[in-house]
Ligand binder design. Structure first.
Ligand code: PSU
Ligand code: MN
Length: 310
């Protein structure tokens, strides 16, 4: 444990008795959804984790402290923008800690802090990846490098088609990151269940996924894993509508010269605006569904640990 880490009492107690704990990110709250749906969603996601008998640990940097498990007050302060949190990925964490700043952790940032706190499972909506046009812009999310090296498994609904999905899969393959389809052989594309791309591993149950993770880490093969959980058919969006919104958002993004860390939040906000409230509703549903699955896997993972008395 390092002395920059603040693990909430509830999370620490859960770890003490080996209850399953699931990490949750905060960039999705501050840069991924509008107020007040962002706070409502954060609370529903925590509730989903609890309903499975696990404990949620939402992660953020607040006043330079690496927080693991937030109070209602802290969640509200993050969600309403009053702390003006910046996106916190690997490169940003030391600066925020040194300056006692506020940051909302991305997938990469959340994996780092979760690992420090000894948490193995993490639920979110979508991961960052290789952006379209990366051969010109070199825009590749730090999430991919984190998955390559940090021992945390991320449950998501695949990746949004704002990214170059084939290149993102190639990158993960090069880095040795297992990509698992939960009850699917096709990589889900966030709002829709189809991408036309295959996932290398299909798993039918949380238990199967937990045993794969145990094997990976017991073998000393460090790094994360991506577990893709397709959005339910009743909440999925028509592909034609999403594709059109993404094309418009990408054109605007490059015309305006948006660069660096601002690219993803810009694209997410524009796609949400262009598709109206429907996409936000889908987004909320899929994060909740991922929280349920991550909790089930965390539970099975703890069961395996207990059996192996590790
Ligand atoms: N993709 C989504 N929703 C999100 C993000 C990505 O569909 O909220 C957020 C996550 O926090 C992810 C981050 O880690 O954006 C990636 O940003 P970048 O591309 O700048 O690495
Ligand atoms: Mn980027």
């Amino acid at each position: 444990m390092n002395h920059f880490l603040d693990i909430s009492e509830e999370v620490a107690d859960a770890q003490h008795v080996r209850m399953p704990v699931v990490a949750l990110e905060s960039t999705i709250i501050t840069h991924g959804m509008p107020w007040p749906q962002n706070l409502e969603t954060a609370l529903k996601v925590e509730e989903a984790v609890r309903s499975e008998g696990a404990i949620p640990a939402t992660i953020a940097v607040m006043h330079g402290r690496l927080k693991v498990g937030l109070t209602m007050d802290e969640l509200t302060q993050l969600a309403n923008g009053s702390l003006a949190p910046t996106k916190a990925s690997r490169r940003d964490i030391p600066f925020l800690v040194a300056r006692k700043g506020n940051g909302a952790t991305t997938v990469a940032g959340t994996m780092i802090v979760a690992r420090m706190a000894g948490i193995r499972l993490f639920a979110t909506g979508g991961i960052g990846g290789v952006h379209r046009g990366a051969e010109r812009t070199w825009d590749i999310s730090a999430d991919l490098e984190e998955l390559a090296s940090t021992d945390v498994a991320v449950v998501c609904a695949g990746a949004k088609a704002i990214l170059d999905l084939p290149k993102t899969l190639e990158y993960l393959e090069t880095k040795g990151v297992p990509v698992i389809g939960y009850r699917t052989t096709e990589l889900p594309a966030f709002y829709s269940r189809e991408s036309g791309l295959k996932v290398p591993i299909r798993a039918e149950s949380a238990e199967e996924i937990a045993s794969l993770l145990r094997a990976k880490w017991l073998l000393g093969l460090s790094g994360g894993a991506v577990i893709t959980n397709p959005i339910s058919p009743e909440h999925a969006m028509p592909k034609a509508i999403i594709d059109k919104a993404i094309a418009t958002a990408l054109e605007e993004c490059s015309a305006k010269g948006v660069q660096g860390a601002e690219v993803t939040p810009y694209l997410l906000a524009r796609v949400a605006e262009l598709t109206g409230g429907d996409s936000l509703a889908s987004n909320i549903e899929l994060v909740i569904s991922n929280a349920h699955l991550a909790s089930k896997i965390a539970k099975e993972y703890e069961n395996l640990r207990a059996l192996e008395s590790d």
